[in-house]
Every structure is written in C-alpha cells, then in structure tokens.
Design a protein around this ligand. Sequence first.
Ligand code: NAP
Length: 500
Amino acid sequence: MVDGTGIDTAKVREEGLSVAILGAGAGGLCMAIRLQQAGITNFTIYEKADRVGGTWRDNTYPGAGCDVPSMLYSYSFEPKLDWSRRFAAQPEIEEYFEHVARKYRLYPHIQFGSEVHAARFDEATGLWHLEMKDGREVTANIVVSGVGQLNRPFTPDIPGLESFEGIRFHSARWEHEHDLTGKTVAVIGNGASAIQFVPEVAKVVKDMTIFQRTPNWVVPKADRPYKEWEKKLFRAFPFVARLQRWLIWMTLERNFLAFTQGSFFGKLFEKASKKALEDAIADPDLRRKLTPDYPAGCKRILLSNDWFPALARPNVHVDDHGVERITREGVVTKDGVEHKVDAIVFATGFEATRFLAPMDVAGRGGLDLNDAWAKGAEAHRGVALAGFPNFFMLYGPNTNLGHNSIIFMIECQVNYILQCIEAVKASHARYIDVKPEAMAEFNSELQRDMQKTVWAAGCSSWYKTEDGKVTNNWSSFTARYWWEMRQPDFEEYSLAGANT
Ligand code: NAP
C-alpha cells in the first residue's frame, strides 16, 4: 500500500543494510525520503545542529533568499503550490524543508547535535565507523554525506583581526542580538550574500563601507509576489505549477550558454548588468569601481534589483583599495586610511573547495581523504570516490552550478546513489567501490570540457583551487548530468564479496 507520502508501507521493513546520512539539509533529507520509499528504513541522519534545513537554517542574514526561482528550488516530488513570491526568502525556504521532514516522518531518524568528525572504513566487515565530536561512535554499511559545499564560513586571517573591539561576525552566522541601527558598519566582501543583506542593512545604519576586492556582474532579478489567483490556479491544477517549473528549468538551462568562453549570451548578461549599473548610479567613479574586467559568469552572476540602488545611497561607500589590517577601532586599507567602525560583517564566503574537511575520512587500507584530494577534490560523477567504498556524496565535487537549481542535481545524485545501494543490497556485497580508472577517465573528460568554460578563464573564484583546478562546478548542462546519472554503469564499479 502506497500512502500519501509515496512510501510503500507494505515494503517498509527492517533491513540489515544500515545507512548513515550526514546532514539534514536539502541533500540529506532527499536521500532519506528516497531510501524510505525504496523500503530501506534502517537509516539515521546525523545532524550537527538542532534543526533541519542546512544552509537555509544557517543563513538568516537580513534579506536572505534564493536566487533560483522557488518553483524549481524545491523537490520535484514535493511541489509547493503557494510560494509567496517567485524567489522566496529564507524563512519560507527553511519552513519548506521543515515541512518536508515532518511530512515524510523523518524526525525519528534524525540525531541532532551529532557532528561526525571522523569516518573510517573497515574493509573486512564492509562497515564505516563514524566518530562523533562528542566521542560517540556508530557504524553503518553505507555513508551518504549531505554536508554540501557551503557549510563552513570562511573568515580571512587579516592581520589584527583579533584586536578589533567592536562587533564582528560572519554573514552566514548573523548575530541578530546586535542591532546595527545607527551604527557605522564595515562589510568585507561583495558576493551573493552581501548583495542580499547590504540593501537591507543600509536602510538602518548610519554609515556603511563595503570593502570590495573584485566587482561582480549583477543583473536584474525577475522577482515579484505570486498573485492570489495564480496560487489558486496552482492549487486547482497542480500541473500548471509543474509546467511553470519545467519552463523555469528550460530557461535557466539555456543560460548555461553564457558560461562558454567568448559566448554571445555572456555578453548579453554583461550588457544587462552595465545597463542596471548606469540606471542606478550616476557617479562615474563609482561606476568604474563596480565594472568587472573579467567575463560574466567567471564568478557567480548575481541577481538583484536593489544592490546598485543601495550603493548609490549617501550613507553607503565602496572602497576598493584593499584591506591591509584591522585595528582596535576599524579597518585600515592599503592607501593607509583607517576606517573607524562599530561593526565588521564578514561576507567572505565559505571554505568551498575543501568539501568534507575538516572531517577525517579514511578509506580502504587507511587511505586518507586529504591525500586522495591533495591536488584538489574530485569524485566519480560528483558522488563516489575510488578507495572509499560505500561512501557517497551529495552536492560533491564538480556538481555546483552557475545557472540552474542544485535541488535538480541533488535529485539526480540521490537517484543514482540509491541504485548503488540497492545493488549492494541485492548482491549481498560487502561493499561497492568505483574503479580508479573509471573515475580518472570521467574526471579527465570533465576537466577537458571545463577548459571551454568561463570558470577556467582568468578570474579567481570559490569554484577553483589556488592552482586553478575547477573543483566545484559541473562543466555542462544539467540535462547532460541528468542523462548520465539515470542509472549507474556497474562496469565502472567493483562489488566486493558479491553473490554473482
Ligand atoms: P562569495 O561569493 O565567495 O563572496 C565572498 C566575497 O568575499 C567576495 O567578494 C570576495 O572577494 C570577498 N573576499 C574573500 N576573501 C577576502 C579577503 N581576504 N579580503 C577581502 N575580500 C575577500 O561568498 P558568498 O557571498 O557568501 O556566496 C557564496 C556562495 O553561496 C554563492 O556563490 C552561492 O553559490 C551561495 N549563495 C547563494 C545565494 C542564493 O541566493 N542562492 C545567496 C548567497 C549565497 P573576491 O571576489 O575578490 O574573491
């Protein structure tokens, strides 16, 4: 019998195979649901925090929201028909994931306050031993990491940082207890997070200086509230919402064309961004500061209607001299000027290229993940890693996008991983491991394709390591990823101890 959640309750039974999912964010929750629907109920989600939602629980800065339309930034199997606007804000997205966890009865499977800090594979038993930060140890046959790419905020080690006596925090861990009203505030960084909170915070502060290292291409965001009649229509005819989701996916998919070097579409983004800049900002010097000198898409193209107008406010300044050091009272730039401030907000992004770090992961024969990834993270199809059997990743290396929804990618990965788990279960194998040669071939093709993209062009971004290897982004259309991930090619894997 299949109930309203799609779970075949007759099939649900206790399984021998145990699955540990790390993280109760968009990836971990999706994996759990699909396991349940496949009748694999012996799984536990280990979540370091005390609530579900991942990045949507952590990023609560003013103005936080998603720059992917919500109709598509939601699971295909759990459409929400009453999004308040095209691009929902963080509280509504967080509530969506909480709703999903409730509806699919995932809470009994979640252990909150459980941060896995080490994972070791035992080849003889085919078991992973997971060690929690609080000393607890658990075992599981399969580990699926849902920690993603953007969970550890990065704060640069600027000289004098510790001496600052005012308020300081990172945008991804906003300290709401500090009221910034009437204060003089420094913002270091101007990426996707800064462009969302600066327009909000600028309205209340006395003065704000944004310390910019590199300008971004910022294009208008086609956002608006959904009208009541539209929501009624979606509720009455859910296929209309599904059609809209599909149209959004197609439109965003087309945008991938902008990420090829020298692309005509890339030039269109640049034109749109320059027009928005010219419309909002009269000061030629400020316009010059805000005009990038690298191709659009090399860093994430940012969507905003209020970023440039916020920068035109008399109480907002953009300083691009470069931060030299921090003092007790403020920020000193490379031109020798000390900017005295009450608060510093670091909008300096995440430790994105380190993926599973600082987790200590040891695979077959004690193979250390840090050694395996010494030249930059890579994985087989973004999900598996040779020498680390029964270990899978969601939103792993080379699965980030600049143009479409990560939820779409996660669903492809979950579908693929589930089939790998089912293969282990059906064959009673001790473990499944991707063949090193298959992984090497996949990655050399991926990096070859990558050379045609703007990410390989000469700008620095969180998509790549200091050596220039693009470790984070998928190199093509999401349609290609979907096609390649429909089912695993088991020729690429070895199943140890399988009944064949
Ligand atoms: P980010 O895009 O990595 O931006 C970090 C900013 O900090 C950049 O402006 C960077 O300058 C600056 N910076 C870093 N180190 C610095 C240093 N030592 N001194 C001075 N400036 C420094 O980080 P983010 O804005 O948090 O966004 C990260 C990612 O999160 C996004 O790309 C996106 O994938 C995701 N995100 C998504 C949404 C959404 O709406 N879906 C919203 C927010 C974030 P440079 O550019 O010169 O490196």
